[in-house]
Write a protein that binds this ligand. Sequence first.
Ligand SMILES: *Cc1c(COP(=O)(O)O)cnc(C)c1O
Length: 361
Amino acid sequence: MARVYNFSAGPAVLPEEVLKEAAEEMLDYRGCGMSVMEMSHRSKMFDQIIKEAEQDLRDLMGIPDNYKVMFLQGGASQQFAAIPMNLMKKGKAGYIITGQWAKKAYQEAKKFGEAVELASSADKTFSYIPDCSDLPITDDMDYVYICQNNTIYGTVYHELPNTKGVELVADVSSCFLSEPVDVKKYGVIYGGVQKNVGPAGVVIVIAREDLIPDEPAVKNTPTMLNWKIQADANSLYNTPPCYGIYICGKVFKWLKKMGGLEAMKALNEKKAKILYDFLDQSELFKGTVVPEDRSLMNVPFVTGNADLDAKFVAEAKAAGFENLKGHRTVGGMRASIYNAMPIEGVEKLVAFMAEFEKNNK
Ligand SMILES: *Cc1c(COP(=O)(O)O)cnc(C)c1O
């Protein structure tokens, strides 16, 4: 069977080249007679895999030396707890609520200290990013938290909030490595990799060294959530998600070969423009997000008629466009067009949408 165009929000499409390479190495990784899945995480082979992965990520993002990179487990959701547990020294943090993932992080943080809602776009189903130029941020806050790209609602911060000198913590799960990033502007950047980087099971945490406390802010923080222990052990405190890290490493090399994050940004802008331009002129389909906050990665759209939405999703699936059904809280459709989605996938989707529109006038 031919591969489909997979518009899933996550786990999501990976570069075909990476999958093929992994398949070739499945039984015998570079002459060692075993799969990466089968080798010790303390072996020389794996040591090289994880070190190269970290270095390639550092090169791609320009991560300064005073930031630690951790490859952890438990997904982004585990970090919703780990962040306050490590960072809430003064016991207070500000959260900007731009969707479900930000809200979940906020609710988790409340278990460990005072989490303050600084702003929210819940009033309009999270279809925009609130004005973040003058938020009620106070210097007794340990950090300000954002979800940079809102996977479900299709919004993104094109500009970072004014945090008034307080450290910024950002969940970048669904925009990881989609464009260049100035790491210095953040205290912590983290994300689950299954949206744009690799297979589910790995979460990458990039944290400035001086923010990683010798002792977590919250007493009795579990060892596995203790950043200091994880960072000091170079992500090898226990058995890490070895195979997932190996695939992430291959994706990093693929990104380098593609020209790095500047080139990815140009390609992602081109792909997104094809879809948004179509939506803006369509009489049937319309985007759900205000134009100035549109994500390059996740594009929700609706017809305004639930039956017609369902018909579109079914016909699209039959034509080889998979996972276009929108999140249950938004309805309609959502096309996730991550790094690995080829431009032909978007072009063909738009051609299919135009045809559907003609047939359903
Ligand atoms: C998917 C997603 C999460 C949750 O990730 P898990 O790894 O499943 O915990 C969190 N934040 C964002 C922005 C996401 O897209």
